[in-house]
Ligand binder design. Structure first.
Ligand SMILES: Cc1cc2nc3c(=O)[nH]c(=O)nc-3n(C[C@H](O)[C@H](O)[C@H](O)COP(=O)(O)OP(=O)(O)OC[C@H]3O[C@@H](n4cnc5c(N)ncnc54)[C@H](O)[C@@H]3O)c2cc1C
Length: 309
């Protein structure tokens, strides 16, 4: 069976950064890219907050350049999805969707996370044209504009408060007659004069000629006083959670209840020695490319130390 010192799963900023470091450390890494070569940043246009690009950079372009950098240092970058992992004995074994198997002394898991959407066809239609699942990433494009945030938890409140620092008005659209968010976050929202919470409200569609110009909303859906109305907005932000892409590690690596891989202390070490987790698959908090890249670097350094110990 083919053998490598370091196998990297995923080709987002975490995976490619791990590949650059592992390649330069002579670990001759093999990297599987998965369904979305380049990861989440290939879904966006301009990335303005990654250090080193004063004019911003096209997300796909940036990821292609990271790939070239990884290949320059000897990473064997491959198409393919990892379908199964056997972590019960060393060396570990991964199986791809084509049935190929590779033995690995260390594995770096960099499989990312996917934002949850409501499932409306209009979310796809306006993706990148007014629909976003990341206020930190895209809020800047909506300065002095009117936006809505969907969700009733702490993340929705945090995103709304962040956006209120940039936008002229922020609506929070909440399905229930109350929010799930902590009291402190609700207080921050309620104390902010730019934020208005629309309780018992569902979004049923979006409209606009050139990007989002408004949302079709229903107040008290299915009740006798149900009311359909349109809310003019420039941006529609989803804040209803993320799903980490970690199902193949279920029961094999320790995870939190949402499925984020647990790492030890301030490292990328998982519950299995020699297996490291980097980027959004182990980060329910920051979910930013530069943070993912930083943890990819840490994972490769830790893999190198593990191989040499
Ligand atoms: C629309 C959008 C815009 C964004 N804009 C910004 C921004 O401007 N600035 C910023 O800092 N952040 C931004 N983000 C967030 C940023 O993209 C993420 O924080 C970052 O991509 C996380 O990197 P990652 O390497 O952990 O995972 P991802 O980028 O999610 O990559 C995961 C990789 O794992 C692969 N994979 C998954 N499962 C398997 C498997 N079984 N086998 C093999 N491979 C697998 C996927 O194919 C993919 O290549 C944005 C996100 C989105 C969705």
């Amino acid at each position: 069976m083919e053998h490598t010192k370091c196998l990297i799963i995923g080709s987002g900023p975490a995976g490619y950064t791990a590949a650059i470091y592992a390649g330069r450390a002579n670990l001759n890494p093999i990297q599987y890219c998965g369904l979305q070569t380049g990861g989440q940043l290939t879904q966006t246009t301009i990335v303005e907050n990654f250090p080193g690009y004063p004019e911003g950079v096209d997300g796909t372009q940036m990821m292609m350049e990271l790939c070239q950098q990884a290949e320059r240092f000897g990473t064997d970058v491959r198409d393919g999805i990892i379908k199964d992992v056997d972590l019960s004995k060393k060396p570990y074994v991964v199986t791809t969707d084509r049935g190929d198997q590779v033995e690995a002394d260390t594995i770096i898991v960099a499989t990312g996370a996917s934002a949850k959407y409501l499932g409306l066809p209009d979310e796809k239609k306006y993706n990148g044209q007014g629909v976003s699942a990341c206020a930190t990433c895209d809020g800047f494009f909506y300065r002095k504009k009117v936006v809505a945030v969907v969700g009733g938890g702490d993340t929705a409140c945090e995103e709304a408060v962040y956006l209120a620092g940039l936008c002229s008005k922020v609506y929070i659209i909440v399905r229930k007659p109350y929010m799930r968010a902590s009291d402190i976050m609700q207080k921050r929202v309620n104390d902010n004069p730019k934020i208005e919470v629309l309780y018992e409200t569902n979004t049923v569609g979006l409209y606009g000629e050139n990007g989002v110009e408004g949302a079709h909303l229903v107040y008290r859906k299915g009740e006798t006083d149900e009311k359909l109305y349109d809310l003019p907005i420039d941006g529609f932000f989803l804040a209803i959670g993320h799903t980490p892409n970690t199902s193949i590690f279920k029961g094999k690596l320790d995870m939190d209840k949402t499925g984020y891989i647990k790492v030890q202390d301030n490292t990328t070490r998982t519950s299995v020695e020699g297996v490291f987790a980097a980027g959004d698959c182990a980060d329910p908090v920051y979910r930013q490319a530069v943070v993912a890249a930083g943890s990819g670097c840490k994972a490769a350094l830790e893999a190198e130390r593990y191989c040499n110990s």
